[in-house]
Design a protein around this ligand. Structure first.
Ligand code: ATP
Length: 458
């Protein structure tokens, strides 16, 4: 499957989904830019999440908070203190590692702790012996300075998660939207982490997007809500076409839980990268009242909720499904990537690569293709494409052989190709070809919208 990843990275660049960032300057390692089709796919993923998690629920509302928040937010949340990892560097190949990961791997392999610590462990990258530096604590928060002078007084951090922007707005949102607990606040936006080992394409980068929802509930109901959100989130991926066999739930052991969590369950996907078979796709945590409590203590604001019906005042518990947009995109792409054989126009079997993306996610919903570039066919096709653009992202393409154009659309996961041919000029109909089955039907020109509306859910 690592081959699949390489093929996908190649396809992504060639077709305009994802490019290596700053490429003309030699590239910025492990940063990626999203091309014309990538930005569509990403925004479709976000739209589906927003619909399912915010718009289609009476008990959830949305928010878009700042990336740069008051420094105290990160002191209160524990990130300044807890977002640190012990790091070591191999003096031979200069690769950096989490020292605790090296020690754990050693212990797992040998069934004992290394008596000499890191000195006993050869570098997993270059094999050098006794090559590790002393372990040092490294803070994964990205720093920046606001204001005219670059000194400690202006020191702030780019948010490493969108969640804190939600907690500090709990009162604002609760009061202005007149929501009663239980209710949730959803947010989609960029987060930044100075990751030690970014890589595996867009799986781990230093700048990425998250889709997070904080669900505030009555203490004591948190465990049921937690289970509800685990089930709901798993169902979301299945509904959008991810193969169930490629997903599993991972329960974090109690002694490895993050400082704020009572229980965390990850939805994992089988990425099959070298060194990473299963990886976290989304984390669903029971954060208890940790965040509201700590912000109440640090800010002095009263972040409790008064339940008028029961007459109780309490600090709500929080359940958080936290997903990554980029990681979800990688997952949808990997799961959709299909290579099989199909007959070409001479009836000979040929390799066919296509993305079996759910139509709701497909970057281009339909392509209008004149059979050949022709002064009668091309304008008719262009006109149809323009008409369909009122509803969907539609491509027009008249360059090259029709077979090649079908293959291009298959590779980017376009669910429907609509061909305008010489019969069209006679019968006012077009041929609609479906991506997965490659079946073709004749549809009257004035029925094309209806045909697509029935097959392209919003
Ligand atoms: P990991 O263990 O992979 O570092 P995490 O447990 O730190 O992830 P969370 O804090 O739970 O991640 O973040 C929620 C989601 O945000 C993750 O499930 C993932 O989809 C996404 N995410 C987190 N860090 C990154 C990153 N560096 N690059 C891309 N996506 C990320």
């Amino acid at each position: 499957k690592s081959e699949t990843v390489d093929a996908l990275v190649n396809l992504a660049k060639r077709r305009g989904l994802v490019y290596p960032s700053s490429e003309i300057y030699g590239g910025l390692r492990s940063a990626w830019d999203y091309g014309p089709l990538g930005v569509e796919l990403k925004s479709n993923i976000k739209r589906q999440w927003w619909r399912a998690m915010v718009q289609q629920r009476e008990d959830v509302v949305g928010l878009d908070s700042s990336v740069i928040l008051a420094r105290q937010v990160w002191e209160a949340s524990g990130h300044v203190e807890a977002f640190v990892d012990p790091l070591t560097e191999c003096m031979s190949c200069h690769k950096r590692f989490r020292s605790d990961h090296l020690l754990e791997a050693f212990q797992e392999r040998h069934g004992r702790v290394p008596v000499e610590g890191l000195a006993e462990i050869p570098c997993p990258n270059c094999g050098a012996k006794r090559s590790f530096t002393e372990s040092r604590m490294f803070n994964a928060l990205l720093r920046t300075y606001i204001g005219p002078v670059q000194d400690e007084s202006g020191l702030t951090y780019l948010r490493p998660e969108t969640a804190q922007g939600i907690f500090i707005n709990f009162l604002n949102v609760q009061q202005s939207s007149r929501k009663k607990v239980p209710f949730g606040i959803g947010q989609v936006g960029k987060s930044f982490r100075n990751e030690i080992t970014p890589g595996n394409f867009i799986f781990r980068t230093r700048e990425f997007e998250q889709m997070e929802m904080e669900f505030f509930c009555v203490p004591g109901t948190d465990e049921d809500w937690h289970q509800h959100w685990i089930d709901t989130r798993l169902e979301w991926y299945l509904d959008l076409g991810i193969n169930r066999d490629h997903l599993r739930l991972y329960e974090h052991p109690q002694d490895k839980l993050a400082h704020y969590a009572k229980r965390t369950v990850d939805i994992e996907y089988r990425y099959n990268f070298t060194g990473l078979e299963w990886g976290e796709l989304e984390g669903i945590a029971n954060r208890t009242d940790y965040d509201l409590k700590t912000h109440a203590e640090h800010s002095g604001a009263d972040l409790s909720f008064f339940d008028q019906e029961s007459g109780n005042r309490y600090i709500p518990y929080v359940v958080e499904p936290a997903a990554g947009v980029d990681r979800a995109m990688l997952t949808f792409l990997l799961d959709a990537y299909t290579v099989d054989e199909a007959p070409n126009n001479k009836g000979k079997l040929e390799k066919r690569t296509y993305l079996r993306l759910d139509p709701r996610l497909a970057p281009v919903k339909a392509a209008v293709l004149p059979l050949s570039r022709n002064s009668e066919l091309s304008p008719r096709a262009r006109e149809l494409a323009q008409r369909l653009r009122a509803r969907w992202n539609v491509e027009f393409d008249d360059a090259g052989a029709i077979g090649r154009r079908y293959r291009r659309q298959d590779e980017i996961g376009t669910p429907f190709c609509i061909t305008v041919d010489f019969d069209t000029l006679e019968d006012e109909s077009v041929t609609v070809r479906e991506r997965d089955s490659m079946s073709q039907v004749r549809v009257s020109l004035d029925k094309v919208e209806t045909y697509l509306i029935e097959r392209l859910p919003g």
